[in-house]
Each structure stands twice: as structure tokens, then as C-alpha cells.
Design a protein around this ligand. Structure first.
Ligand SMILES: [Mn+2]
Length: 255
């Protein structure tokens, strides 16, 4: 098996190394990720400029490739032929959960989406870590979970067009409450406009505010994490609101 490991935090992020090391137990691994942090960059296709691809070395001495594109650009380039015979794209480990509406912002998730667009299995792995842990985060449980999920996907396959969004509670592996198949829950964003003034008296703006929370509903990604479960949400790129179609069809569309 040939596994492409990527992320949205930049190739040198510790979560990527932890994931790559576990993936090597399943097969050949190629690491190709952005050269900087693209968190919350969404699903990107860069059309206005070319990319350079450079080789780098990770903390364990292994070789990795990086370029100045978004996570989804890296996956696209890889699957267009830069990397041969990829079976699975796995993205992460992101240091924060990607649940609810996060999936459309997430570079971690959209990298896995790009795999699905190219007809390759896609998995995104994120860790629901406490705030302000920074470089001290322990990725070992999430890396083992990532390997377990990848193993299952490579064995059993995934339905066409489906990727897996995996979120792991910040617990020891022995403390996990098992794996739960979930649906997307509801994030509660607490963003606030933060207006400041530059040294020349001109205003500038941050999207500031508090860390988002979520609605703790059973069966959802957020609910599963709260209960100590690994959350596995199957996602698809078809965002059609099917119930709304019927409502809209009942409107009078005559001019
Ligand atoms: Mn990130």
C-alpha cells in the first residue's frame, strides 16, 4: 500500500510526524505537505501561479516533500502524477478538532476531500486537544487511531465519493470509549470583530473572540468527543440540501 501523508499545519508540524510514523507500519509512505501553516484555509485550488517542490527532512531524519501551495494543492499535484500509485491520502494530525461547520474551513479535511476528487481514499485526523498545550501535545493516541482507521479503509474500502473525518478525544488509548460513527454536529462560533488602530492611526481588523464550542447532541461528532468516543464522520462533497429541493420546486418559477 502507498499512503500519502499531508496536513495543513506545515510539513514540520509534530502531528504530521506522529501520523507518518504510524502509517509506515501499513505500507510505503510519501510525505508531501505545505511549507507553512494553512489552517482554516478551506478548499483551495491555486490557479494564478506555479509551485516549486522542495525536499526537506523531518525531526526523525525521514525525507518529506513540501511546496508553497495549500494542502489541497499539494494533494492535487501529488495525485496528478508527482507521486505515483497512491492508495490513500491521510491528512493530519491536526492539533484541534474539526467538527460541525469546521469541515468547510479546515485545510486538514479539504486535503482529504482532494483525495476523493482524484478517486483515492481520503481520511482526515484531528485531535480534540485542550487549549494552550502548544508544542507539548501528545499525538500518540490519535496516531494509533489514525492507523486503525486507515487499516480498516484499506481492507474494506470506502463508498465512492466518501471521505472519513476522524476526531480523537485527548485521552490515553486505554481511556477511549470506543469508536462511534457520527454525523456532523453544530459548532457554536464565538467570533468577534476586534478593531485596532495601526501606528499611523488607520484601523485594522482581526476575526477575534473565544474558542468555538458546540452543541452536545448524541450521535454527532461533538457529542461523541464529549463522551470520550473517537468520532468517525463519513463526509461527501455533494452538499445539496435535498429537502430544500422539494420546497423550491413548489415555488412558482413562471416569469
Ligand atoms: Mn491546522
Amino acid at each position: 500500500m502507498h499512503i500519502l501523508v499531508t496536513n495543513d499545519d506545515g510539513v514540520q508540524a509534530p502531528g504530521l510526524l506522529a501520523l507518518a510514523q504510524e502509517m509506515r507500519k501499513l505500507g510505503e509512505v510519501t510525505i508531501y505537505a505545505p511549507d507553512k501553516n494553512w489552517s482554516a484555509s478551506g478548499h483551495v485550488k491555486t490557479m494564478e501561479r506555479p509551485f516549486r517542490v522542495r525536499e526537506t527532512r523531518l525531526a526523525d531524519g525521514s525525507t518529506a516533500f513540501m511546496s508553497d501551495g495549500a494542502p489541497s494543492d499539494c494533494v492535487a499535484l501529488a495525485l496528478l502524477g508527482l507521486v505515483q500509485n497512491v492508495d490513500l491520502v491521510i491528512s493530519g494530525i491536526n492539533p484541534h478538532a474539526n467538527i460541525g461547520h469546521d469541515v468547510t474551513y479546515s485545510g486538514t479535511v479539504t486535503a482529504a476531500m482532494e483525495g476523493v476528487i482524484a478517486g483515492v481514499y481520503g481520511i482526515a485526523v484531528s485531535l480534540d486537544s485542550p487549549d494552550n498545550f502548544g508544542e507539548l501535545l501528545d499525538y500518540s493516541t490519535a496516531a494509533i487511531v489514525g492507523r486503525r482507521v486507515a487499516e480498516k479503509v484499506l481492507e474494506d474500502g470506502l463508498p465512492k465519493g466518501v471521505l472519513l473525518n476522524v476526531n480523537v478525544p485527548y485521552l490515553l488509548e486505554s481511556e477511549l470509549n470506543g469508536y462511534m460513527i457520527t454525523r456532523q454536529g453544530l459548532r457554536v462560533y464565538r467570533d468577534a470583530l476586534d478593531k485596532r488602530v495601526d501606528p499611523r492611526g488607520k484601523p485594522y481588523y482581526w476575526i477575534g473572540g473565544e474558542t468555538p464550542t458546540g452543541v452536545d447532541e448524541p450521535g454527532t461528532d461533538f457529542g461523541a468527543l464529549r463522551a470520550g468516543h473517537v468520532s468517525i464522520t463519513p463526509l461527501q462533497l455533494d452538499l445539496t440540501a435535498r429537502e430544500a429541493m422539494e420546497t423550491l420546486q413548489r415555488w412558482n418559477w413562471q416569469p
